[in-house]
Each structure stands twice: as C-alpha cells, then as structure tokens.
Design a protein around this ligand. Structure first.
Ligand code: BG6
Length: 473
C-alpha cells in the first residue's frame, strides 16, 4: 500500500555531480584524484598511493555535470517530473577544506543553503548524505582517513555545523553512504590507503568501527538539535542467493549475507551481532573498542534503513562456477544464469528487490528507504534529437512493481529514489556514458560536450507515473 506521503524522487551525490572542485574554497576530495576507467581508475581507486603521485591529465569530477552552477535549472527539471524528494550529499571538503579546519567555509555553507531553499521552493524533501565517498583528501594524507580514531571528532564537528545550519531545512539524513563499501573499496568508504602488504581486514573493520561510533554520536547530536530529524544508515544491499540447494552453497550464502549486514546490525540493533566474533576471528582481526563505545552504539540507533539496490548476488562453492563472476556493485558475485546482464556487468533482478526488502524488514522491523536503484547504460541520441530509453523505463517499472509487492507483503518503506536521476559521473568507472538519468547531460567520457540537459523518454514516463500515483491517493 503506497501512503500519501511516499517519497518518489531521485538521488545524486556531490562528488559525482557538483564539479567546481576547487571553487569557493573547496578542498580536494578522494574522487578529485581519480581518472576514468579508460585511464586507470581501477588501479587508482584500489591503490590511491599511486593516484596521489600520478598526473592523469583529465579528471571527470573536476567539472562533472557542473551541478554547482546549474542546480537551479536541474531542480526545476526534477520538479517538473513531480519529485517529492531529492537525495544528494554534502561535500565535506566544501565545508571544511582540510577536514579539520578551525572554522567552516562560509561559501560552501551558502551553496547548500541555497540548494535546500530551492528544494523547499518545489516542496521537495531533501534527503542528505553526510559522507558519500567524500572524506577530505587532506585527512587521508595527514591522518590515514578513518583508520584514525580522531576522525570521529572531526566528523562530529562537521555534523554539528550541518545540523545547526540545516537542521530545520533537512529532515532526512544518512550518516555514511553504503557503510559496507569500506571493506571493499577503503579509499571510497573511508578515505584510506591500504597497501598490498598490510592487513586490510584489520584496518577496514577498525575504521568501520570508528564510523559506527561516529554515526551513533551524530544521531545523538542531531536529535538534541532537532528531535524531528530522522537519521538513517545506508547499505549497499542485494541479498546473496545460494548457487544450489546443496547445503554448502546455502551456508556460503548465509555467511556472505552476514558480512553484508554486520554494520547495519550495529546501527539498527545497537550492538555487534553474535556472529561478529566469528568474522573477526576468521579474518584475524583484533577490534579495538574504547570504554564507552558499546554504550554509545546501544543508545543511539538509526530511525530508518536506507539502501541501494542494483541486483541480487550469488555465491557457492561448486568448482564449476568459480571464476564466472559479475559486478555486484563492487562486491564480487557469481554470474546468475537466470538473470540478464548489462554491458557493464551488472545483473538485472527485479524480484531480488522484493526478496532483499523482505530480508531487511524481517531482520530489522524499521522503515526502509530505497535511496538508489537504476540502470547504468549508454544512451543514443536519435536523428530527431530524442532519446528513446525504453530499456530504462522497463527496468524501473519492474523494480517499482516488486517494491510495491514488498510493501504489500507488509514491508514499511518511506520512498523510492532512483539513482543518478540526472546523468552523472560513475563512481566505479568515472565514465559519463554509463548513464542512469531521466535527464541526459551532453558530456562524454573525455569531458567533451556542452553540458546541455535533455529530457529522455523516461523523463516523461516517470513524470506520468508520479502523477498517476498522486491521483490514486
Ligand atoms: C552506489 C554508489 O554504489 O552505486 C553511487 O552509492 C554509485 O555513488 C552507484 O554511483 C552506481 O555505481 P556506478 O559505479 O555505476 O557509478
């Protein structure tokens, strides 16, 4: 059952849309040193120490889609589609260029003031991620990112400025984008450089612990500033299926899902789950907790569970399937023979969204929020200038249908925000031509183009769809 106040809309992130990477006092962010995949992004994102010492010439994030200067035009287009909500993130380095500056950068603060005012003008609820792969680069260089516990206080200092300034304008906050991503791409999730010879699991799970404490304390702080604020965690979701009914495959899926849920268990239930000890022991991790950490985690759980869903994942141990893999949004998955796959290697599984939502809701019994879902593919401009993206419409329709089915199953869900509602720079590949938007942006993988916006066929479809939802209320 779709409620009257269901939040239909879309999502973007500062590091992938704003550009203006050094404008008005902004400091460097992790994405600002990464090239596109054609120029070595994969090596650079897993080995940022190389990226820091390499001049790649062209950096997609530096100008991106120039949302920083075009947000008014862009929000007007989203409003035309009838958006009820718009998710974006705040660039930490726009507010604190070095991450630990004494005073915040007023020009950066003003930008978000204007942006949220613009949202308000269109009655669009802003949904704001505090850190979306965006720990200031200076903190990577001087502290080693989130592996250093001092990041907790620096993050809280940043949060305090945000909640005091925007606490009345923004109700829905997300503390960290896809918190489980830190164990897969530490530079994205935690602004960390982990060298091959280092004990990666020890470093990333400790850093995640710092984020969990920071997230709980940020929740405490937000509520003290405005009790109306709703704080969310955020998961790169997509349930793991077992490859077969062989119990060893089923068990492999149980363990993979536990790894995915571990941090969300803490953020929702207020404590590490019992299986955490097994994971730490198998990975030879000694987690350092300070006195009081457990109490903090238990006292300030989140209000809702935001998640991205691109596909389900698959695991198993049968030798014949080893090596046959697909892209599970940075998390390795086996290729599922029952699913279609995009040219970028992502499998398409609409029913998996219903399964994932039921899994999450059964486990947590807290409202869910779909804050990312979408199809990243190339779009073709026809001779008459139109963009007929029927494949995107089909993808979205099917996913929205299964989301509604999940809600009919009894799952409480706050809203549906499609990812990359305006084409933007891909986080994984740095490409522009892996497009997710309802709105096309004239810019290619090498940064050529006018940045002009163009409505795709899906723009009109989503607009009609939201209107039809309004009419059935
Ligand atoms: C999510 C991220 O993991 O997936 C986004 O939160 C990202 O930042 C999205 O853009 C899609 O992935 P990609 O690699 O296609 O940009």
């Amino acid at each position: 059952m779709i409620k009257k106040d269901f939040l239909w809309g879309g999502a973007m992130a500062a590091n992938q849309c704003e550009g203006a990477y050094l404008e008005d006092g902004k400091g460097m962010s992790p994405m600002d040193i990464l090239p596109s995949v054609q120029h070595g992004r994969k090596e650079a994102m897993y080995h940022p120490e190389i990226a820091m010492n390499t001049n790649y010439g062209y950096y997609p994030s530096h100008q991106s889609i120039d949302f920083y200067h075009r947000y008014k035009e862009d929000l007007a287009l989203l409003a035309e589609m009838g958006f009820k909500a718009f998710r974006t993130s705040i660039s930490w380095a726009r507010i604190f260029p070095s991450g630990d500056d004494e005073i915040p950068n007023e020009a950066g603060l003003l930008f978000y003031d204007n942006l949220f005012d613009e949202c308000q003008k269109y009655h669009m609820e802003p949904v704001v991620t505090i850190c979306h792969f965006d720990t200031p680069l200076s903190l990577t260089k001087r502290y080693g990112g989130w592996s250093d516990r001092r990041l907790i206080d620096l993050y809280l200092n940043y949060c305090k400025v945000l909640f005091q300034r925007y606490g009345k304008k923004v109700k829905y906050w997300i503390t960290f984008n896809e918190i489980n991503m830190i164990t897969h791409i530490p530079f994205f999730g935690g602004g960390m450089v982990v060298k091959d010879e280092e004990h990666m699991d020890q470093i990333v799970y400790q850093a995640a612990h710092h984020q969990l404490v920071a997230s709980a304390l940020a929740t405490k702080m937000a509520k003290s500033i405005n009790p109306e604020i709703q704080m969310g965690c955020m998961l790169a979701a997509g349930s793991f299926y077992p490859y077969s009914c062989n119990p060893v495959d089923v068990w492999a899926a149980v363990e993979k899902n536990q790894e995915v849920y571990l941090f969300i268990d803490v953020q929702v239930k207020g404590k590490y789950p019992s299986y955490a000890k097994k994971i730490w022991s198998e990975k030879k991790i000694t987690l350092h907790m300070e006195e009081g950490d457990e109490a903090i985690l238990s006292q300030y759980p989140v209000d809702y569970i935001a998640f991205s869903y691109y596909s389900s994942r698959l695991t198993g141990v049968s030798p014949e399937i080893k090596g046959n893999v697909a892209d599970g949004n940075a998390i390795t998955t086996l290729r599922n023979p029952h699913l279609d796959i995009t040219p970028w290697g992502r499998q398409i599984d609409p029913l998996g969204l219903r399964i994932t939502m039921n899994d999450l809701y059964d486990r947590y019994e807290k409202p869910l929020f779909v804050v990312e879902n979408g199809l990243g593919v190339e779009d073709i401009i026809e001779e008459d200038g139109s963009i007929v993206d029927d494949y995107r419409i089909e993808y979205m329709k099917k996913h929205i249908d299964t989301m509604i089915e999940a809600m009919n199953d009894g799952v409480e869900c706050l809203g549906y925000l499609s990812w990359g509602c305006i084409d933007l720079v891909s986080a994984g590949t740095g490409e522009m031509e892996k497009r997710y938007g309802f709105i096309y942006v004239d810019r290619d993988n090498e940064g050529n183009g006018t940045l002009e916006r163009k409505k795709k066929k899906s723009f009109y479809w989503y607009k009609d769809f939201i209107k039809s939802m309004d009419e059935t209320k």
